[in-house]
Structure formats: structure tokens, C-alpha cells
Ligand binder design. Sequence first.
Ligand SMILES: [Mg+2]
Length: 286
Amino acid sequence: MENEYQYQASKAKYECLLFDLDDTLYPLSSGLSVEVTKNIQEYMRQELGIKENKVAELCVSLYKTYGTTMAGLKAIGYNFDYDDFHSFVHGRLPYDLLKPDPVLRGLLLSLPVRKIFTNSDKAHASRVLHRLGLEDCFEGVISFETLNPADNKDDSEARGQSTNPSTNIFDFDEHIRQPNSDMVLPKTPVVCKPFQDSFEEVFKIVDVDPQNMLFFDDSTRNLLTGKQLGLQTVLVGTSHRTKGVDYALESIHNIKEALPELWETNNNAEGNTYSRNVAIETTVIA
Ligand SMILES: [Mg+2]
């Protein structure tokens, strides 16, 4: 049993494996993402007063433009508290849709340094990992709060504001209707995937050359940014490789078939095989 948790540290091809959380460590078919979208749209209606007939399209178009719908809502002028948004959207999720995944757990524990990089908040990450039985499988979780700390100027301003539909909202509908007009898109204060600044922040935190990192995500746009910045990339959820994708896995369970080199060891190395007793070493959720 001990061998299962051993990894040849010498000559490891990657110094860090970076995993997205949602729809990467569990399948899209779990249905959790559908519930997240429903809750985001409910928040837009109920808390921000956005008209019913605008909500679905705005939710998608802001996601496409700003990385997350939340980042987009903030950009176009809605005032709300990040924690309120997260607890509304994630607080009522049916987490029992997720089941313990001992197969994935075994795979992860036999791999080198593993970290999470998610746009979600830390409470959600914690609940998901707990449900999957993976709470001790990661050395760190880089979450929304990591990249958007409360003492950040923009963020602290946002946190100080109660939920209050603003009167000065950028007309995003107009921007969609006339994408080539002179309208200047407002910037968001939120740091998130797929934008370069979020990855650069992660590289600083992890302190590993991106060339020596392997990045798993179900989003091709996230992978594309990662690839442009030097990461090796793994698309999870389909076996079809697209631009910016080095490996493609139908399921995260296929890591071993697609990337056997992760388990290859170099017997000529300095012989410093070591035991990674992750149950002891991890500090999972900040
Ligand atoms: Mg994802």
C-alpha cells in the first residue's frame, strides 16, 4: 500500500500539477454546473433587479467577455458584495450530486505536487473537495479570494458596498448589438481565468517555472492562455484536442493512460525516492 503513495522525486518531468476544480475533478454530467448557472441567474434577477428577459443572454455574454459572469456584472456597474454573491450562488447547491471518488484519489496521491487553481470561492472549493473525498489531495487551493484579496483596493470598495442595483449601468446589450461601435468596454476589478494576470499571480504563488507545470482544465480558453504563457496543458472532458491543448482526456480518470510519463521514474537519478504522505503534509483550504 505504501508504494501507492510514493513518487520518484528525481527527474520529475513536472514540478507542479495545477488542476481546475469545477467540471474538471468531477464530470459536467454531475449536473452541479447547471445548478450554479441557475443560481447566478436567480441572483441577477432577485438581487440586482435585472429584467427576466435579459438575464440568460447577459449571463452568457458577460461570462464570455469577462471570464466569469460575476466579473462582468461588477465591470458594467453593479454594486454587490463578493461574499454575498458566492453564498447565494453556491450556498444552496445540491452538493450531494457529487460522490466520493476513490479512484481519482488514488491517482492524485501517486502524483507529484498538486494544486488547485479555480475561479470559485474557497468555501465552494472546500465543499466540493470534501464531497469528492479529495480534501487532503492538494497542497494548496488558489481560489477567488487568493487572487482577489479583501485588502485589494478595488475589492475592499466592493466588499464595503451592500447589494444595491446601481443606477449607472453600462449598456452591454448595446455593445453586443454593435460590437464595432466606439463603445469602450469597462474594466473589471476581478482577477480570474482566462486572463493573463490571474496566471501570472498563480506563477508567483506556486513559484515554479510555467514550463515545469502541467495544467488541467475543462475550459479551452483557460488552457489557451496557459499555453501562451508556457504551461503544458491538459483538456479534461473530451478526447478531442484543440488549439493550445497538449493532451485531451475524456475524463480525469484517464490521466494514467494519456500521461504515463507522470509515473515514470528514473532509476539513474540520485535515488531520493521519498514518501509523500499527503494526509500529513497538506494544508488544503486557506
Ligand atoms: Mg472548470
